[in-house]
Design a protein around this ligand. Structure first.
Ligand code: SF4
Length: 198
């Protein structure tokens, strides 16, 4: 007898009761949704039932999950690990975080150095200089687009700087690239002004 794990995401459920019509042993009415009979609540939205079913019951359990139009029901064979029906869980099960950052309070200078970025409109290149010490350029990379420049800096030159500094570099390179293509002013650290044509 196969042991199956039924996973039900009540938040995703839209309550059309198709599962109930197929498998009335497992699914019962619950206002505008359904409930999984015997299901254990594992968080705000997710219910799980693990049980051995005979062959005939297994077919009905699986069919009851397959008819769900929003994939609110998942079935896994516990013994083999096979995912028989895939469930789409609502975002509550995964971690969701509101991004927050206060540049004035949280900004920290990278002690390894800083970048100077400019656009060269004559040859249509972006030029990136890295200074390990104030006003002393130790590396210059010139390129046509952000990808080739940051790949060169990260993987070929292996500049050892902080992760947030690399993120900063990517953001500034994209701005410089856009400024070059759109013929607008590029000023490092300033927002692009699309009305400021050069
Ligand atoms: S078939 Fe899916 S959406 Fe419809 S009631 Fe059952 S679990 Fe909810």
């Amino acid at each position: 007898m196969p042991k199956l794990r039924i996973k039900f995401d009540k938040k995703t459920c839209i309550g059309n009761k198709a599962c109930m019509a197929v498998d009335s042993e497992r699914w019962v009415n619950s206002e505008d949704k359904v409930d999984l009979v015997g299901g254990e609540k594992i968080n705000e939205n997710i219910y799980v039932l693990e049980k051995e079913f005979n062959e005939e019951e297994s077919k009905i359990v699986i069919e009851g999950a397959e008819v769900c139009p929003v994939n609110a029901i998942g079935i896994v064979n516990v013994d083999s690990g096979e995912e028989i029906v895939k469930v789409e869980v609502s975002e509550e099960e995964s971690k969701v975080v509101e991004a927050s950052y206060d540049d004035e309070k949280e900004f920290q200078l990278d002690e390894k150095g800083y970048f100077l970025i400019k656009v060269n409109r004559e040859n249509k290149k972006i030029e990136v200089a890295f200074c390990e010490k104030p006003n002393e350029i130790s590396l210059t990379v010139k390129g046509d687009n952000p990808l080739e420049i940051y790949q060169t800096i990260i993987n070929k030159e292996k500049l050892e700087i902080r992760k947030d500094h690399y993120a900063y570099l990517g953001r500034e390179l994209q701005k410089a690239y856009t400024a070059l293509r759109e013929n607008i002013e590029y000023v490092q650290d300033d927002e692009l002004d699309f009305s400021n044509k050069v």
